[in-house]
Design a protein around this ligand. Structure first.
Ligand code: PMP
Length: 370
């Protein structure tokens, strides 16, 4: 850090993204990306005309994309805002509505805490219940910004719509942000509640179910006045927040909803298979409504499992946080990737049981074909 850094930021603990290694090939199950490519129309949309148009600034209103999205979602265009990933929209939300503080789960998406610090928002940690369950009773009448990842990350657990509605009803004086990054993998969106509640913001992303993490495209939905707040902040921070190629790709993706639905179905199926296979190996798997599973076992430590798999070219996620140190978060990949994961873990645990230690088994072969 230079000596010029402002005091407000110099003490600040920033977010640590999951590894995106550029050096060697891994089976990458660490950052909740889709194992499937974007749909064929997205590939066609990123053509020479779009490249030629890069000399111009993009449409700051993201008009074409927003109009199509709104039509598909049954919303008014002014109930929608697109962002540079949902991370950006979450940042806007903390800026816009955090002045009385913000409440979120003690185990949830790590960026919330960072955004709260960045925007000087006082944090109320809401402990999860047994088995990492979210409980609507913990969010009643909090009188400050509430942010809930639903389903939650990294745990995968979910609140139902009735519970979200109770939270909305008992918090009429503050915004309730429902972060639905993973909703397409098994939950019901709170989007349908927007008409009834002027204190609701639903945030979604193209990064997971729509296979476009690299494009950075998120969208937020809420009452017009709520979206207007965020639009104001967007024009004060990053007016052209969605680049032209991303807007074109997002628009194309909208035309193939069936492709993405089928990918989600496949991921749910693979999640079921992986859950059973790891349970057979002695893991406890937290019930998940996302494209990740949160797992633990007494047979090996969380950090050891992460390290051992990394040596064998499989990346999963381990968080060095006391409450979840014994756990690992594993993104659901293709069936073949998950078979390799399970075989590798089985071999590692076998070696550990033989006293050879998990670091000694051979690396899995075959990743090159994945
Ligand atoms: N919300 C949650 C709960 C997430 O896990 C993530 C991904 N890390 C995001 C939001 C951010 O997604 P995006 O790629 O749209 O910024």
């Amino acid at each position: 850090m230079s000596r010029f850094m402002g005091a407000r930021y110099s003490m600040f603990d920033a977010y640590t993204p999951g590894e995106q290694p550029q050096d060697r090939r891994y089976i990458k199950l660490n950052t909740n990306e889709s194992p499937y490519p974007p749909s064929p129309k997205v590939r066609q949309a990123l053509n020479a005309d779009e490249v030629e148009a890069l000399r111009l600034y993009p449409d700051p209103e993201c008009g074409a994309l927003r109009a199509s999205m709104a039509a598909q979602l049954g919303l008014d265009e002014n109930q929608l805002l697109c962002g540079n990933g949902s991370d950006e929209l979450l940042s806007f939300a903390f800026m816009a509505w955090g002045s009385r503080g913000a409440a979120f789960a003690d185990v949830t998406y790590g960026l919330y805490r960072v955004l709260a610090d960045l925007h000087q928002v006082k944090v109320t940690n809401v402990p999860l219940r047994d088995g990492f369950a979210l409980d609507d009773r913990d969010y009643l009448g909090l009188n400050r910004l509430i942010v809930i990842a639903n389903p939650n990350a990294p745990t995968g657990r979910i609140l139902c719509l009735d519970e979200i509605e109770t939270i909305l009803k008992t918090n009429p004086k503050n915004l309730v942000v429902i972060d639905e990054a993973y909703i397409d993998f098994g939950g019901e969106s709170a989007m349908g509640l927007i008409g009834g509640y002027d204190n609701l913001l639903v945030v979604c992303t193209y990064s997971k179910s729509r296979s476009m993490a690299g494009a950075r495209l998120g969208f937020a939905m809420g009452a017009k006045a709520v979206i207007d707040d965020l639009v104001k902040i967007k024009y004060a921070t990053n007016p052209y927040n969605v680049n032209a190629l991303t807007a074109a790709a997002g628009l194309a993706a909208l035309h193939e909803p069936g492709y993405y639905r089928e990918n989600c179905r496949q991921i749910q199926e693979t999640r079921r298979w992986t859950t059973e296979a790891l349970t057979d190996l002695g893991f406890r798997v937290v019930p998940s409504a996302t494209n990740v599973i949160f797992v633990t076992t007494d047979r090996i430590g969380g950090s050891e499992l992460y390290q051992g798999l990394k040596q064998r070219k499989i990346l999963i996620r381990h968080f060095d946080i006391p409450a979840i140190r014994q756990y690992n978060r594993i993104t659901i990949g293709t069936r073949r990737q998950m078979e390799l994961l399970v075989e590798t873990i089985d071999r590692m645990l076998g070696d550990a049981d033989d006293g050879a230690g998990p670091g000694i088994a051979a690396s899995p072969d075959g990743e090159e074909q994945l």
